[in-house]
Design a binder for this molecule. Structure first.
Ligand code: GMT
Length: 372
């Protein structure tokens, strides 16, 4: 099959899902063409059957804003013509599903199929805005197949956009060989002394990630225990977070590592992963942490409830429940055997329920169905 993958290239769950899926499809012998504004973050080595096409973004003095969706649609059409794509898979509805629809219509609609995967904020924060609502609804309804990464997101989409279109849930997945527990003692000398407990947060530092709560929880724990905090990622709330850390006098205990390409090398160093987002349609970073054998404390708003069973393979708290998070983590600090049981269960969940191969099989089935 010849598949065009349309995604965001920067750090963010939807681009990661697209890249891991595309790489696996290429390994299985499918021809996969990434069509984006830049090489996706995890597309970091040569693989047979994988191709990249850069969307050129043109500006012109009369344009108040750059019409990226049009440049993308034109590029998609060019790649369809040159490489005879069977399927365009748009990750993140806005504006990818719209550009894919346009490219298909400009070509011959019966010759190419479009699949849209809804990832979360494309529905919950962006798609529902009045300025995007109608075009998002239209583009979802005109996709040949639509998938969502959790039951929660499917319901949110139905609530906001109606039930015109069937949505299949294909949960996010993880390569549990790539994300695995650190063998032996965790080597984290540059960040933490022996015996210190390491808390980690990784995200794109958007407001929805609620990074201020990570710092508040850490500050309370720091007053009682020898703990360090590693903050991984970059985004709009990074500078305010650094400022918050400085003014709380925590600069020596908190390390900011910036955006990291090889999260699989960093996640296993943590004792606990904290993701108190305002909502998370799935929470891929938490799943990757679980696969790395790390316990997670995550928001209870969103698809995270479908993955984490409180007290068993991780912990769920409301995004503003600082007291609850502090008490959960303090309990684990004082009971390392409980933490070990949770870590084991977390790894087991990732391996047994969120495998890469099963997810790739399911996406392939969606493409095959769409092609009839
Ligand atoms: O908010 C982000 O982290 C970015 C966003 C994206 O699309 O890149 O993430 C969403 O998609 C991920 C992959 O499907 C999900 O695991 C995240 O939960 C989701 N983010 C939110 O719902 C806030």
């Amino acid at each position: 099959m010849r598949i065009g993958m349309v995604c965001y290239a920067s750090h963010g769950g939807s681009g990661i899902v697209a890249t891991e899926l595309g790489a696996s499809l290429a390994t299985r012998g499918h021809e996969v063409h990434f069509i984006t504004n830049d090489v996706p973050v995890r597309l970091n080595r040569y693989r047979e059957n994988l191709f990249f096409h850069r969307v050129e973004v043109d500006t012109y003095p009369v344009f108040p804003y750059t019409p990226y969706s049009l440049n993308l649609a034109a590029k998609l059409l060019e790649v369809i013509h040159t490489h005879g794509l069977d399927v365009l898979h748009a990750h993140y509805a806005v504006p990818h599903a719209t550009s894919a629809y346009l490219a298909k219509e400009m070509h011959r609609p019966e010759e190419v199929r479009t699949v849209t995967t809804l990832h979360g904020t494309d529905i919950t924060l962006v798609g529902v805005k009045p300025s995007f609502y109608e075009i998002t609804k239209f583009s979802i309804e005109r996709s040949d197949r639509v998938t969502a990464v959790s039951d929660w997101l499917r319901e949110k989409t139905y609530e906001s956009f109606g039930r015109e279109k069937d949505i299949e849930v294909i949960p996010n997945f993880v390569d549990s060989e790539q994300f695995r527990p650190f063998p032996g003692t965790k080597e984290r000398a540059p960040f933490a002394a022996e015996g210190e407990f390491v808390l980690m947060h990784a995200s794109n530092f958007r407001p929805v990630k609620n990074v201020e709560t990570v710092i508040r929880v850490f500050e309370r724990l720091r007053a009682r225990y020898p703990v360090k905090l590693l903050m991984v990622g970059d985004g709009p709330r990074l500078l305010p977070a650094e400022e918050m850390v400085r003014s709380a006098g925590l600069a020596e205990s908190v390390h900011f590592l910036g955006a990291q390409e090889y999260l699989e090398d960093i996640l296993p160093l943590a004792d606990l992963f904290l993701l108190p987002s305002e909502h998370e349609s799935f929470g891929l970073a938490a799943l990757e942490a679980m696969s790395a054998g790390v316990g997670v404390v995550v928001t209870d708003v969103g698809g995270t409830r479908e993955i984490v069973r409180h007290g068993e393979n991780g912990f769920l708290h409301a995004p503003d429940d600082v007291d609850g998070m502090v008490e959960t983590i303090a309990g684990l600090l004082e009971d390392s055997s409980r933490l070990a049981r949770v870590e084991e269960a977390a790894r087991r969940t990732a391996v047994e329920k969120y495998g890469l191969d099963e997810a790739v099989d399911r996406y392939l089935k969606v493409y095959e169905d769409a092609l009839g």
